[in-house]
Unconditional design. Sequence first.
Length: 216
Amino acid sequence: MDQQTRVGSTAALLAVGLMAFGPSIVKLSDLPEMTFVLWRLLFGALGYAIVLVATGQHFGWMELRRSVLGGLIFGVNLVFFMVSMRRTSAANAVVIGALQPVILLGVAARMFGERPHRSLYGWSAVSIGGVALAMYASSGVGVATRTGDLLALVTMLLFSLYYVVSKRARSELEAVPYQLGLTIVAALTILPAALIVGHPISPPVGSDWWPVVLMA
């Protein structure tokens, strides 16, 4: 395994590990869904902007334009994620999210010429069984509901689409400019949606901040 592959694998493992805490973090916030998502995106954009300036990378109209599709999908994905977390358990959300490799297995070889290791197919079968069991065990009411599980499934599909779109965009853009661009686009997508549904866009106060910061 070459150095680039090792770095990529380590980064992916770290990202997945951190994402696993997402459902639990969201459960701790009482902010309206759109408010939480908007400020999570704005705080994230600030972080990427700081890294961009510190590393001397370029960000302009071209970078923003090529980040639009990824940003739109990412913004909608975050809304579904927040809504599903209020309607299902964190455990169910994590199990359903484990289906993502199954979706991407069919895409990797066809679109990117990748050849996944055979063991991935076995683990994919395990994840499908876990999702089926989680959804079967969900009741119509309470912490974990079938509606919430279905929303979590949509969230997983949207994130899979975001992954595919982003992998293509990353062939033309560096990571930080792309993440900054898509985060800005996602925030601009969420802002009118928040106003339409009547969720406040004012900044969180006090202890409402820390779940937002952790998710950013």
